[in-house]
Design a protein. Structure first.
Length: 471
């Protein structure tokens, strides 16, 4: 976002209101150039989308602007020297359109982004790498301090943050920045032809075909109920699993060579995953071989992830169920071997949602695994990301069950604080948080406002989870 989107939105409204008032004002009646204003407003309304990305809240404004251009067409053609017989009194039509336009403009202004939606540049280094085995191109973003830490400070622990497929790194950019401010070096990424969109090192966006975008949305909406959508969700899980495995290998082999300016403790690693990435992490965390091969990983953070692979299709012995193509229910759940923090919306407290969307997660909680669930009161499924500040309308369309005291940018800071506090808990428990010189490896715990609901697994033997809340 080059500047606040409210500026062009406000100008669009001005360019439409002035011509509409012209018949009722002597001062405006003599200004012949006003006939061009609706056309300029339409160009600006169309230009909002390539300039700021797809903004759903601007669609009504675009439609209203297009409608208000209809009455101005004869006057524009007359200004170009065409002989046009207007024949129609457009004043009533214009008045109705203006009545509809004003709330449309107010709607767009109210749900405009609260933060700059461009990807952060300060303290961020970008690099393109290739996974030759898959012929895949990945765009890395490393979030490190723009100025060196205090001399003598220990290397920072590394957080590998796996973004959601839909929205990709653009949905977690500000969260990554906050995690860096809390003491991590953060590595995030997007993959071309997989993420929607993938963000190139020069800021170029690589979008997927509309059909692939539809399948991703279908998996997110129906992946826990319909076989076809679930199968596509499992494909997304598998893709993210390959990304994670490749990047962990890259971190061990090439990270410090490619990013020599970043002081990273490769023996202290946390991995956080959103959506399909979180689902892939839950599967990997249950693998003894994977855990043994990655001793640097101290904990996993799984954010609002569907866990598609833990559902099973109906058996052939149940013809009715097979015909409906609905999922039969939950299959066996593997026990995680690493401490996991599950971050969910507060819908997890709703009985129907607990059984349907959060069934796999709650089944994991019933195992003898070191897992904890955290749900901020009022948080929706998209709120542990940049979404409440960058895309307020999406956050409003998918709210939590309760009202929340966290607003917009508070979710960015609060999400990073919960992750940091969880990591701090694990490091302190393992006596790894402080270096021999006594300097903390990551920031101390951050106090959190609002109400956070916690549930723990049967084998949670770490300190009281209230530790995550209090400094």
């Amino acid at each position: 976002m080059q500047e606040n989107i409210c500026i062009p939105e406000g100008l669009i409204l001005v360019f439409l209101v002035l011509p509409a008032l012209r018949p009722y004002s002597r001062a405006l009646g003599s200004l012949q150039g006003l006939v061009w204003f609706p056309l300029l407003a339409l160009g600006m309304a169309i230009g909002l989308f390539p300039a700021y990305g797809f903004r759903l809240e601007c669609i009504p404004l675009l439609i209203g602007t297009a409608l208000l251009n209809i009455p101005s067409i004869p006057q524009v053609l007359a200004g170009l020297g065409r002989q046009i017989d207007e024949g129609i009194n457009w004043q009533g039509f214009t008045l109705v359109c203006m009545i509809l336009l004003i709330p449309s403009a107010a709607f767009a202004l109210y749900f405009s982004p609260r933060v700059d939606t461009r990807l952060s540049l300060q303290g961020v280094t970008s690099r393109t790498i290739r996974d030759e085995a898959r012929d895949a191109e990945l765009f890395l973003r490393l979030y490190a301090p723009s100025s060196p830490d205090v001399p003598g400070s220990p290397p920072r622990p590394l957080m590998l943050l796996v973004p959601p497929v839909f929205g990709s790194v653009g949905m977690v950019d500000k969260v990554c920045g906050k995690l860096r401010d809390h003491g991590f070096t953060v590595l995030s990424f997007s993959r071309r032809f997989f993420d929607c969109p993938a963000w190139g090192t020069e800021g170029t966006q690589y979008n997927l075909p509309l059909w692939d975008q539809f399948r991703i949305l279908q998996a997110l909406i129906q992946g826990n109920s319909l076989e076809k959508a679930n199968a596509w969700g499992k494909t997304l899980e598998a893709g993210r699993k390959e990304d994670i495995l490749f990047l962990l290998s890259y971190i061990k082999r090439d990270l410090q060579a490619d990013f020599p300016e970043a002081a990273v403790d490769l023996n202290t690693l946390f991995v956080a995953g959103y959506e399909a990435g979180g689902s892939a992490l839950a599967l990997l965390g249950a693998s003894p071989e994977w855990c043994a091969a990655n001793p640097a990983i101290k904990g996993l953070i799984v954010v609002e992830s569907p866990l598609w692979s833990m559902y099973q299709a109906a058996s052939d012995a149940d013809p009715a169920a097979r015909k409906s193509k609905k999922l039969h229910g939950l299959g066996p759940v593997s026990r995680p071997r690493l401490p996991i923090l599950f971050m969910t919306s507060d819908r997890v407290s709703d009985p129907q949602e607990r059984e349907r969307r959060y069934g796999p997660l709650l089944k994991i909680l019933q195992t003898d695994a070191p897992v904890v669930l955290a749900a901020v009161d009022g948080a929706g499924p998209l709120d542990y990301s940049d979404c409440p500040a960058s895309y307020p309308l999406y956050s409003a369309l998918f709210p939590g069950n309760n009202r929340t005291s966290w607003k917009y940018g508070t979710f960015i800071e609060g999400t990073a604080s919960i992750m940091t506090n969880f990591a701090s808990l694990l490091l302190e428990t393992a006596a790894l948080e402080r270096s021999p010189g006594g300097q903390p490896a990551i920031s101390r715990r951050k106090g959190l406002g609002g109400t956070v609901h916690f549930e723990t697994g049967g084998a949670w033997n770490l300190p009281d989870f209230g530790y995550i809340l209090s400094p």
